[in-house]
Ligand binder design. Structure first.
Ligand code: BV8
Ligand code: ZN
Length: 250
């Protein structure tokens, strides 16, 4: 299944970078955005995940996010998340850039994570920035209001038309530049600027691997396309990474 080139790279690479999308959590039961079971099917991105819609109809947008918070809260990291958390310990430099907002990489034990599109477990007031936990939010009515200034509270996620958080973006861009191997996992690669990262990694000399159940926009650029579920493929890739690497370095 894996080329000898990838096998030798996994044995010797110093720096590996991973970009994950909604597909990494599909096997945990979280519907993806554009796949066959995609959550966008029922809704349209422009209707829900943007600031103007939120101001116009906060109840509807909060209904969608409360549904997703409940769904996400109940799911476990899958074998793919867990393999990535272990893989991080096998390389001197390893970073996960995620478009997912479900916090499952953290739950699986990964540490070096850059959240490009925020995290649905965090919420903040659009007026004074005060943060609110999910427990507080779930107790509030349809469109949660700030207990300090009375303004609307929103989920701490990046909506369409909104700029990505500067710090995770900058760290992601340099993690792409320094990668010897760049894995693009479970993403349709249609949302920018995240979708540009595999290309900048490749331009900087990375060995680009696309892992997905189907070919994507990025597949033509990839040195290797691994077709299959990330929960099946990632544990097999982990087997190919030398286990005693970090002990040599520490
Ligand atoms: C910005 C958070 C500007 C919210 C999300 C026209 C052309 C190009 C770009 C644009 C354009 N018009 C507008 C834009 C910009 C826009 C954009 O890219 N739009 C796209 C749709 C064309 N981007 C933005 O607006 C971004 N901001 O550009 O700001 C700016 C600049 C300067 C100053 C001010 C402003 C902000 C984008 C962030 C939007 N927020 N999420 C929320 O989640 O509620 S995006 C959303 O899509 C999620 O984050 C998701 O992760 C992301 C990407 O989707 P994927 O992760 O790839 O998921 P998808 O379902 O598409 O694919 C899943 C894949 O998994 C599939 O390929 C499937 O086959 C595979 N799969 C399924 N099961 C498995 C699997 N693979 C492996 N194993 C499995 N088991
Ligand atoms: Zn406030």
């Amino acid at each position: 299944m894996f080329s000898t080139q990838l096998k030798s790279k996994l044995q010797g690479a110093e720096s590996v970078t991973v970009l994950t999308g909604a597909g990494i959590s599909a096997e945990s039961g979280v519907p993806t955005f554009r796949g066959t079971d995609g959550i966008w099917k029922k809704f349209k991105p422009e209707d829900l995940a943007n600031f103007d819609s939120f101001i116009r109809n906060p109840q509807l947008v909060w209904e969608w996010y409360k549904y997703r918070k409940q769904l996400i809260g109940s799911i476990q990291p899958n074998a793919g998340h867990i393999a990535l958390a272990e893989m991080e310990r096998r390389f001197p430099q390893f970073a996960i850039i995620t478009q997912s907002i479900d916090n499952r990489h953290q739950r699986a034990g990964s540490r070096s994570i850059y959240e490009l599109h925020g995290n649905v477990e965090r919420n903040y007031c659009i007026g004074c920035g005060k943060s609110f936990t999910d427990a507080e939010i779930m107790r509030m009515d349809k469109a949660p209001r700030c207990t300090s200034c009375g303004d609307l509270v929103r989920p701490d996620v990046v909506w369409f038309g909104e700029q990505l958080p500067i710090d995770p973006w900058e760290k992601s861009a340099s993690a792409a530049e320094r990668a010897e191997i760049f894995f693009s996992i479970g993403t349709s690669a249609v949302v920018y600027p995240a979708a540009s990262l595999p290309l900048s990694a490749k331009r900087a000399g990375a060995y680009l691997v696309d892992i997905n159940v189907e070919r994507t926009e990025r597949s033509p650029w990839a040195e290797e396309v691994l077709l299959g579920r990330s929960g099946d493929i990632l544990p097999m890739l982990l087997e190919l990474c030398r286990s005693n690497r970090l002990s040599e370095h520490s």
